[in-house]
Design a protein. Structure first.
Lengths: 181, 95
């Protein structure tokens, strides 16, 4: 039976191939997935390809979600991030559409619940509060799709230093976020 | 605890490992409950990065295409299942 209360329930219903549950889940999260895809890939075509791959995977693999391994949001955004980075690495010929063009089209997603919106705001603030050296490392690894070796080559940092900087930057991001919420 | 693999967990969460390293670290996580907890913690943390991007409404035509795809997919799965059951039924009859 369709239950619209939480993402976990929606995934249970999607695993039973409830189209209504899928539609609710899509309405709730498509804006976040699409935004991440556009941030990484820049182009609408590639981002739409990622969206389809991600949500088809949700449809097919909803039953694989394991709450012991994290929240639904983390599960979904991990799938979205991996899919987008894989497309990016496959293409490598990044288009030149500027992020500002994307921002012009940005719209508040109607189904973005206020709690989720607040989390997003606090996450952005927490990232802003990091030292630039931390932020640069996280953004290059996460949004630009660089591997640790590629970033080490770009920055001239030894791999070991880069590894510990990425780890401590994530820890500081989490600490800042938890302080804010 | 394998310190070398353990230290790579944050980079796995960031999807920033070389492909040959991914398999090793994933194997380590799957066989080590403590590593699983740490990996989950980093995945949640990395998700904060995704959340820093302002939500962007996808084209509405995309939703229509998605729903068509899942309907088509669902219908093909049902047909495949029916055919498989049919074949199973035939072979059972023959036994």
């Amino acid at each position: 039976m369709f239950n619209a209360t939480t993402d976990e329930y929606l995934l249970v219903d999607i695993a039973q191939h409830s189209e209504a549950a899928f539609e609710t889940f899509y309405d709730r999260h498509s804006g976040a997935v699409y935004a991440l895809a556009r941030r990484i890939l820049r182009t609408q075509t590639d981002s739409e390809e990622v969206m389809q791959d991600v949500f088809i995977r949700v449809w097919n693999k909803a039953g694989d979600y394991d709450a012991a391994r994290g929240t639904v949001m983390a599960w979904l955004m991990t799938i979205a991030h991996h899919t987008a980075i894989d497309v990016f690495r496959r293409n490598q010929n990044r288009q030149t559409i500027e992020l500002d063009d994307v921002a012009l089209n940005a719209a508040s997603h109607g189904s973005d619940a206020s709690e989720m919106a607040l989390d997003r705001m606090m996450a952005a603030k927490a990232l802003d509060m990091l030292e630039e050296s931390d932020r640069v490392v996280l953004e290059a690894l996460y949004f630009e799709g660089l591997s640790q070796s590629q970033l080490a080559a770009r920055t001239g940092l030894p791999l070991g230093t880069l590894k510990s900087r990425a780890r401590s930057a994530l820890q500081r991001l989490r600490a800042q976020f938890e302080e804010l919420v | 605890m394998n310190t070398e693999l353990h230290d790579l967990i944050p980079l796995l969460a960031l999807h920033a490992l070389e492909s040959d390293q991914v398999h090793h670290v994933e194997g380590y996580i799957n066989s080590n409950p403590e590593a699983r907890v740490i990996h989950a913690w980093y995945l949640e943390t990395v998700t904060l990065l995704a959340q820093t991007v302002p939500v962007l409404k996808p084209p509405s035509s995309l939703k229509v295409r998605m729903l068509e795809r899942i309907r088509h997919h669902h219908a093909s799965t049902r047909v495949r299942r029916r055919n498989t059951n049919g074949r199973t039924g035939e072979s059972n009859v023959g036994q």
